[in-house]
Design a protein around this ligand. Structure first.
Ligand code: ADP
Ligand code: ASP
Ligand code: MG
Length: 401
């Protein structure tokens, strides 16, 4: 039996916590032959390192950022390995490079291309507990890369897939996946199971309990995934295939605060303009999310879209370069995206209108709407985000069993 366990930032938040994690790791090692442990940086460290960089530069070089940020996970993995060895267990810490994690060269949000598991396999065969620094890899030139915020989840799933692990456990600071963020709505309910599809939507829409790309990869590689707390022994949430599951109409509400709105006014209404705008953004690796365009009047039209808040300056600069002086570019960082997710929506009507009515009852204005088969997303003013989330949670009776 081979298990991959991942411990998030709060789980290894201080030296006492690392000691607690070491105890859990030892307990698992006694029960299973091979154990790989992936760790995040101690909580707050990644943000602190980002702040350090911003002390010197508004837009630090991405390669330097990855050298800097990857260090947080290296510290935590080395400390855990030291703690395990001290307890009399054979453990070895691995950087992303030593673990054979090869990525592309998109610094600060690299994709894993391949894992060369030879060094890991050798250590596992020699009965070592393998402790891997999450969130990082190296590109073909050997330069250090990181995998985007929350990327240690992805490291864990990718390793579980490459090593054909029997189970991948993601340990965090809540008991599992809830109907919404339990820190915002205390009445949120823990889900025993959730489908990969719904989890992927929730994660992509801001439920940071799992990084979205890790869920996507788990689905693709058929990794058995569980999230649970490292602070107790409660059963967690299993993320699994949809089949055989009761289809909830709405399974969760998510909120993404890392959103900024861009509105372009008076842009020329002609073939190719959208292609030009969005190709330019794609060329700079900016993920555009919601897009709204209406029918033009007198040869001009308006176009609105959202981008991650930290890409806003770059997006604005890109737009200024291609649109020139005639168009007006408006931006707003004080917005959030609130989303309702559920596979049952596919076959039911009225879910969207209930959401709109719910926000209307609270007097919350909806600035943008987008829908897919299994989600409805709305952009609202940031100060109303939590209120919207709680109101929607109640409207769909998610607090009731
Ligand atoms: P870690 O450091 O362990 O990776 P994160 O902070 O990245 O932990 O993710 C866990 C947090 O996700 C929780 O503390 C919780 O506030 C938040 N969260 C948001 N949405 C949900 C949800 N639907 N279910 C559970 N937790 C959620
Ligand atoms: N430490 C990184 C972050 O804060 C990666 C992670 O925690 O998964 O985003
Ligand atoms: Mg996380």
């Amino acid at each position: 039996m081979l298990i991959v366990q991942k411990y998030g930032g709060t789980s290894v938040g201080d030296l006492k916590r690392i000691e607690e994690v070491a105890k859990r790791v030892i307990k698992t090692k006694k029960e299973c032959a091979k154990l790989v442990v992936v760790v995040s940086a101690m909580s707050g460290v990644t943000n602190e390192l980002i702040d350090y960089a911003h002390h010197f530069s508004k837009q630090p070089n991405a390669k330097d950022m990855d050298m800097l940020l990857s260090s947080g996970e290296r510290i935590a993995s080395a400390l855990l390995s030291i703690a395990l060895n001290e307890q009399g267990y054979k453990a070895l810490s691995f950087s992303g490079r030593k673990a054979g994690i090869l990525t592309d060269s998109v610094f600060t949000k690299a994709r894993i291309e391949k894992i060369d598991t030879r060094a890991l396999q050798e250590a596992l065969n020699n009965d070592y507990i393998v402790v891997v620094a999450g969130f990082q890899g190296v590109n073909e030139k050997g330069e250090v890369t990181t995998l985007g915020r929350g990327g240690s989840d992805l490291s864990a799933v990718a390793l579980a897939g490459a090593l054909r692990a029997d189970l991948c456990e993601i340990y965090t600071d809540v008991d599992g996946v809830y109907t919404t963020d339990p820190r915002i709505e205390p009445k949120a309910r823990k889900l025993d199971r959730i489908s990969y599809e719904e989890m992927l939507e929730l994660a992509s829409l801001g439920a940071k309990v799992l990084q979205n790309r890790s869920v996507e990869l788990a689905k693709k590689l058929d990794v058995k995934l569980i999230t649970r707390s490292s602070f107790n022994n409660n059963e967690g949430t299993i993320i699994t295939k949809e089949e055989g599951m009761e289809q909830a109409l709405v399974s969760g509400i998510a909120m993404d605060k890392n959103q900024a709105r861009v509105t372009l006014r008076q842009i020329e209404d002609k073939p190719g303009i959208a292609a030009e705008i969005f190709s330019a953004l794609a060329a700079r690796n900016i993920n555009v999310d919601m897009i709204i365009q209406n029918v033009g009047v007198d040869g001009a039209t308006n176009l609105g879209f959202t981008v991650p808040e930290n890409d806003l300056d770059l997006a604005k600069e890109t737009m200024q370069n291609i649109l020139g002086a005639k168009s007006l570019i408006e931006t707003d960082k004080e917005v959030v995206k609130v989303s309702v997710v559920g596979v049952g929506m596919k076959s039911h009507s009225g879910v969207a209108s209930a959401a709109f009515q719910c926000l209307a009852n609270e007097g919350i204005n909806i600035q943008m709407i987008s829908t897919s088969e299994i989600k409805i997303s709305m952009i609202v003013q940031e100060k109303y985000g939590e209120l919207a989330l709680r109101a929607l949670h109640k409207v769909y009776k998610l607090d009731e069993k």
